[in-house]
Design a protein around this ligand. Structure first.
Ligand SMILES: [Fe+2]
Ligand SMILES: [Fe+2]
Length: 148
């Protein structure tokens, strides 16, 4: 099959997203470590591991297509000044990922590229889980902004 430039575009956009997610979650994990919040430090560190697995599968897919990975334009990392801001920012990040993987999955269905459809659908499923976990973390936070 000839190389599909649109597919390569999705793979590279996804790779850029995942590299940015690794950078963002690692930074947030280290900030939580500095704040003495061990539980959240460990949570964000686990996210780094999962996003790195996404990086790995995208790089595998690019290499199989004979294309070196080249995510040159990484989206900006956003950190947040407290835990509640971090979670809000991460929810945006995960929602952007979900939109990207939904679009990539739909495209692959349209062109009957089932191999890459299943790659994007698997990552999509992980990002949906990440968003659920963040929603749960947000719901469990003490109500910092509430007036008493
Ligand atoms: Fe990811
Ligand atoms: Fe994620």
């Amino acid at each position: 099959m000839a190389r599909d430039p649109r597919l390569l575009g999705y793979l590279h956009r996804a790779l850029g997203h995942e590299m940015a997610a690794v950078q963002q979650y690692m930074a947030q994990s280290r900030i939580c470590d500095q704040w003495g919040m061990e539980k959240f430090c460990a949570h964000f560190r686990q996210d780094v591991t999962e996003e790195l697995e996404h990086v790995q599968s995208l790089i595998d897919a690019l290499l199989k297509l004979g294309t070196p990975p080249n995510a040159t334009q990484l989206p900006a990392v956003r950190l947040g000044r407290n835990l509640s801001e971090m979670i809000a920012i991460d929810l945006v990040l995960e929602s952007e990922a979900i939109r990207l993987y939904e679009e990539a999955t739909e495209y692959c269905i349209r062109v009957r590229d089932f191999e890459h459809q299943s790659l994007f659908a698997k990552i999509l499923n992980d990002e949906l889980t990440h968003r659920e976990e963040l929603n749960k973390m947000e719901a469990d936070l003490p109500n910092q902004g509430a007036e008493t």
